[in-house]
Design a protein around this ligand. Structure first.
Ligand SMILES: Nc1nc2c(ncn2[C@@H]2O[C@@H]3COP(=O)(O)O[C@H]4[C@@H](O)[C@H](n5cnc6c(=O)[nH]c(N)nc65)O[C@@H]4COP(=O)(O)O[C@H]3[C@H]2O)c(=O)[nH]1
Length: 591
């Protein structure tokens, strides 16, 4: 190969190479421009990426913030959840509390309903009370007008007796103080008189308290009419009046004569019959008088001495006057001694019973009346008339009476053991005070039961005055005792006020004709008529009659003739101790 060929080949090669290079350059240029474009694109893309990155960073930052916020929110949520749980727990407790409160509310509602009812009732009561208050107000208005009047009346009440309008005890004592003081100055004789109505209690018990009050009013008026202007007549209370007779005379004998004349005038005036409502009555008084003695006796001393003198007038039968003398004081002291001795007698069991036989017209023994006796260590045997009235006055009769019933029941029990005495009845006196005890029925019932005796063998003797008082209660008590068989006899029959009307209501088994009618039955036509009437009354009421105080066969025959077949009296026997009585029974039953 020549150099030129070589060259040419080389040139051709180069040229080929150059063209390839040019192509390559072109291609490169294209590629470069493509690269440039691509670069530009990349740059743009990068820029976009950068922007995107920036955005991402921002977004990330925002996300971080959001996350933080979320974390905070979560914490908050967790906290809130905790709070919610707490709240839920609290709510549960609150619910329980609410349930409890609801229950309480329901209870309260019931209570409120009740309270409402109560309120409604109270408001009604209030309305009533308001109405009442309105009336009371009216009354008060009226009363305030009356007050002045009342004050006056109160003054009267303090010094005057409301029933009779006479000065009362307070004013009397005041006047007596003045009278005593002026008596010392004037040296003139003055006196006080104590006046007490005889048997006022009987009128009160039989005709009622209203009639009793009328009697007191009329007595007061009559007393005033008997006195001079300056004299005082006062009512001490009950049926007791007192007079102050001032300046009777300077001469003591003249003064005594004048006082006696005034007392006689009073006795006569008060002796006149009284018209008390529908009833015509008769009443008397006992008067005790005492002179001011210038020896420093107080008003109270004088009242006491006049009272002692009045008591003596009463003891002497009433309807008379007694002037006080120191001997009377002695008798009062004796009475006080007797009372003390009676108390000792109860303590030391100094009482015993005597028995007085009761017979029928065929000479059969029916039983006995138990009569109390007191063996006083100093005075020996004391009869009941001496001590029963004092026992009644002092209330000692209650324990004495209880002892009598106990002893009588014990005696019936002893009689039960013998065929001879098994059917004997025993009559026992019962005093009014004793019968009026609240537990009297119990006392008798338990005595009968304790001694296990047939109740029909015990007979209680009651007096008329006792039966007329508080009749309904009396009947109930008698019926209660009747249930265990206890019998009742009306003692001293004929001496009091008795009408068929009330007698027929009483569960009585026997009338006992008082011995005062038996005593003169042979000679006194009045007594005969009374005995006949008593027996007729008993027959109508289908009641037994027994006569007491039968001393003679003539009396017995007269009584038998009138239809009285039961007797008690000295004709058969006096009251005797139990051993003698047992012997007496033996004699009667043997014959
Ligand atoms: N002249 C006369 N008298 C006769 C005759 N037969 C009986 N006597 C007496 O008359 C009284 C009858 O008793 P009295 O009327 O119940 O009257 C009794 C009675 O009221 C009362 N008394 C007696 N014992 C008790 C008692 O235990 N309790 C109560 N509360 N009073 C009693 O004492 C009053 C008097 O009793 P005594 O002195 O025992 O008096 C008895 C008796 O001894 C007679 O043929 N002629």
């Amino acid at each position: 190969m020549s150099k030129d060929a070589e060259y040419d080949s080389k040139i051709n090669d180069r040229k080929g190479y150059l063209s390839e290079l040019a192509i390559a350059n072109n291609k490169l240029a294209v590629a470069n421009s493509a690269l440039a474009i691509a670069n530009k694109k990349l740059t743009i893309a990068n820029k976009k990426l950068t922007i995107a990155n920036k955005k991402l960073t921002i977004a990330n930052k925002e996300l971080a913030i959001v996350n933080e916020e979320l974390a905070i929110a979560n914490k908050e949520l967790a906290f809130q959840n905790e709070e919610k749980d707490k709240r839920a727990a609290e709510l549960a407790i609150a619910n329980q509390e609410l349930t409890f409160q609801n229950k309480e509310k329901a209870k309260r509602a019931v209570e409120l309903a009740i309270a409402n009812k109560e309120l409604a009732f109270q408001s009604k009561e209030k309305a009533k009370r308001a109405a009442e208050l309105a009336i009371v107000n009216q009354d008060l208005t009226f009363q305030s007008k009356e007050k002045a009047k009342l004050a006056e009346e109160l003054n009267d009440l303090a010094f005057y007796d409301t029933l009779t309008g006479l000065p009362n005890r307070r004013l009397l004592i005041d006047r007596l103080h003045h009278a005593l003081a002026s008596n010392v100055r004037q040296g003139c004789e003055s006196a006080v008189m104590f006046i007490d109505l005889d048997h006022f209690k009987d009128i009160n018990d039989t005709l009622g308290h209203e009639v009793g009050d009328l009697l007191l009013i009329q007595t007061a008026q009559r007393l005033e009419s008997c006195l001079r202007k300056g004299d005082t007549v006062a009512r001490l209370g009950g049926d007791e009046f007192m007079l102050i007779l001032e300046n009777l005379d300077e001469n003591p004998i003249e003064a005594a004569t004048k006082a006696k004349a005034i007392a006689d005038k009073i006795l006569a005036e008060l002796n006149k019959p009284y018209q008390l409502d529908m009833h015509k009555c008769h009443s008397t008084v006992s008067i005790g008088a005492v002179f001011f003695d210038h020896q420093g006796n107080t008003a109270e001393d004088l009242i006491k001495q006049a009272d002692i003198a009045m008591y003596q007038a009463k003891q002497a039968g009433g309807n008379l006057i007694r002037f006080f003398n120191p001997k009377m004081q002695e008798s009062i002291n004796a009475r006080i001694t007797l009372e003390n001795e009676l108390r000792i007698a109860i303590e030391k069991s100094q009482f015993h019973l005597y028995y007085q036989i009761q017979m029928d017209s065929d000479n059969r023994v029916l039983g006995a009346e138990a009569l109390i006796r007191w063996t006083n260590p100093e005075h020996g045997l004391v009869l009941p008339a001496t001590f029963i009235p004092i026992a009644e006055e002092t209330g000692l009769i209650l324990s004495i009476g209880k002892w009598v019933i106990e002893t009588a029941c014990a005696q019936i029990k002893v009689w039960q053991k013998k065929s001879q005495t098994r059917d004997l009845t025993l009559a026992v006196n019962v005093s009014a005070k004793q019968f009026r005890q609240k537990d009297f029925v119990d006392q008798v019932q338990s005595a009968v039961q304790r001694h296990a005796i047939p109740g029909n063998l015990l007979k209680l003797e009651l007096t008329e005055s006792l039966l007329q008082y508080d009749t309904e209660v009396t009947i109930a008590m008698m019926k209660a005792l009747n249930k265990i068989g206890v019998q009742f006899s009306l003692d001293d029959f004929g001496t009091g006020y008795s009408s068929l009307q009330y007698l027929k209501r009483l569960p009585l088994d026997q009338f006992k004709i008082d011995q005062s009618f038996v005593r003169d039955i042979a000679t006194d036509n009045n007594d005969k008529a009374i005995v006949k009437a008593i027996i007729a009354m008993a027959q109508i009421l289908d009641i037994d009659v027994i006569a007491e105080g039968v001393e003679t066969e003539e009396q017995q025959q007269l009584l038998l003739g009138k239809g009285c077949t039961l007797y008690q009296g000295y004709l058969f026997s006096k009251p005797i101790p139990i051993d003698q009585f047992d012997a007496l029974i033996g004699r009667f039953t043997d014959s």
